[in-house]
Design a binder for this molecule. Structure first.
Ligand code: NAI
Ligand code: 15L
Length: 273
């Protein structure tokens, strides 16, 4: 049966807020968790991913988990270790102990951020698109923690039969705000479509997918995402003219434009907390 009750970790964050708006339309009952309180959500579970007792209670009885909680930018290794590496392990252990069989893991393009982007004119040929099995090349400790999360998911499938869809999200915001985002943008509505597909597709084992809309300037291969039943409907192209007029085309000589991870490879944004 399709999962109904879903634990959404990181529910106070940007993507969590978007998914709180969009996922109930698909019939999900969301249980919310974050270390920060969520305005207007008095029933949300306020807990740190370090709190194994709270996690155990939070996952009890849910059909699936969408795991968004964690540090979403670059940070000192010790902080990434605690929130993203140990935190994700703690969540998987709680899920294993409570018999939760499906997790959707918010991985990131930064797990492969040091992969050179396709060069030349978009749209790129299918054989130029970056496949999901490209060697992982994290661009930050942050990206490294997402690489760990994907391996953890594989281990929990192989060892315990727990299924995960690891979604290497591009940039999921209301609108694309940079020329790079024209290639990696995932509209919130397509994000909800992809999470729904990841929650309901059968027999996913551990599947890695890229998370983006069907952008004209797409850099990566959406085949594994589409195989889950995901049909993206949006394309960043209507934003292209304005963004390129403001920012110029991507410059092949600029290191911050040369890789999938964009400016994360040279000047990553730092987690402010
Ligand atoms: P965000 O920073 O807005 O939200 C993350 C949430 O996790 C925050 O509300 C924060 O309070 C919570 N959190 C952090 N550490 C925690 C801990 N130890 N215990 C419990 N909660 C904790 O990030 P955003 O943009 O909403 O991203 C959500 C997830 O998706 C993150 O895992 C991020 O790495 C991933 N992602 C997001 C992308 C995007 O375009 N928004 C792109 C690629 C990946
Ligand atoms: C991410 O992984 C970040 O969490 C998000 O804030 C964006 O910076 C995104 O990648 C991106 O690559 O644009």
């Amino acid at each position: 049966p399709a999962p109904r009750t879903v634990l959404l970790t990181g529910a106070a964050g940007g993507l969590g807020t978007l998914m709180r708006e969009l996922l109930p339309e698909y019939g999900y009952e969301l249980r919310l968790l974050d270390v920060r309180p969520i305005e207007g959500e008095p029933d949300a579970i306020i807990a740190d991913l370090a709190d194994t007792g709270a996690l155990r209670e939070a996952v009890r009885g849910v059909d699936a988990i969408i795991h968004l909680a964690g540090i979403s930018l670059e940070a000192p290794f010790e902080k990434i270790l605690k929130a993203n590496i140990e935190g994700t392990y703690n969540l998987y252990e709680a899920a294993r102990e409570e018999g939760v069989e499906r997790i959707v893991f918010a991985s990131s393009n930064h797990a492969v951020g040091f992969t050179p982007r396709p060069q030349g004119d978009a749209p790129f040929d299918a054989d130029a698109l970056i496949p999901v099995d490209t060697p992982r090349r994290p661009d930050t400790f942050y990206g490294l923690s997402k690489s760990f999360g994907e391996d953890l998911a594989q281990l929990y499938w192989d060892l315990h039969g727990m299924e995960t869809v690891s979604v290497r999200i591009g940039s999921c915001f209301r609108e694309p705000t940079s020329v790079r985002m024209l290639s990696v943008w995932m509209s919130p509505e397509d994000g909800a479509r992809l999470f729904h597909a990841a929650l309901t597709a059968e027999d996913v084992k551990h599947t890695v997918v890229y998370g983006s809309s069907a952008n004209t300037r797409l850099w990566w291969d959406l085949t594994t995402a589409r195989a889950l039943g995901y049909e993206p409907r949006d394309d960043s192209e209507p934003y292209a003219e304005k963004l390129i007029a403001e920012q110029g085309e991507l410059d092949p000589e600029n290191v911050a434009h040369a890789y999938l991870g964009g400016h994360f490879v040279s000047e990553p944004p730092i987690w402010p907390y």
